[in-house]
Design a protein around this ligand. Structure first.
Ligand code: NI
Length: 169
């Protein structure tokens, strides 16, 4: 398993729209294993392929307390969303140290292929529903800070650019 480099906001590659996975083969299974490894190492609860500069519709999630319930969603499609929405505090491995409130549907149903290529429907609520919506946004080239006010977003952009300049020194 390999640790994959994560793209940091505002890297323009995070705005790319992912294409569907054509076939769930050995290449995809290796990518899934590497993404899960990278997500667990980074102590994240979700990771989209976009964040590791692979622009295909694939996300991995684990919102369990024990970190032992990996969920792999390939070519995920939202088939239902609750009318009810709520603000939830979100963070993102591509925007380390930044947490803010985003409005999300309380519950969603998602149909996706798993890592063996089998189609399944996931009925998500609570933190899992928030995470699924956050990760699916990544596949559309959308980072959660895009929901915040331009003022907040610019502050975050400046902070992240400063951090990355310091890291490169
Ligand atoms: Ni994220």
């Amino acid at each position: 398993m390999a640790l994959l480099p994560i793209l940091y906001y505002p890297d323009p590659k995070l705005y790319k729209v992912a294409k569907p996975v054509a076939v769930v083969d050995a290449r995809i299974q290796t990518l899934v294993a590497d993404m899960l490894f990278t997500m667990y190492e980074a102590k994240g609860i979700g990771l989209a392929a976009t964040q590791v500069d692979v622009h295909e519709r694939l996300i991995v999630i684990d919102t369990s307390e024990e970190r032992d319930q990996p969920l792999v969603l390939i070519n995920p499609e939202l088939t239902w969303k609750s009318e009810a929405t709520h603000l939830n505090e979100e963070g993102c491995l591509s925007v380390p140290g930044v947490y803010d409130d985003v409005m999300r549907h309380d519950a969603v149903h998602v149909t996706a292929l798993d890592e063996t290529g089998v189609s399944r429907t996931i009925k998500a609520d609570g933190i899992l529903a928030v995470c699924v919506q956050h990760e699916m946004d990544h596949l559309l080239g959308k980072v959660f800070v895009e929901y915040l006010s331009p003022l907040k977003r610019n502050r975050i952009k400046t902070k992240m650019q400063k951090l990355q300049r310091e890291e490169l020194r």
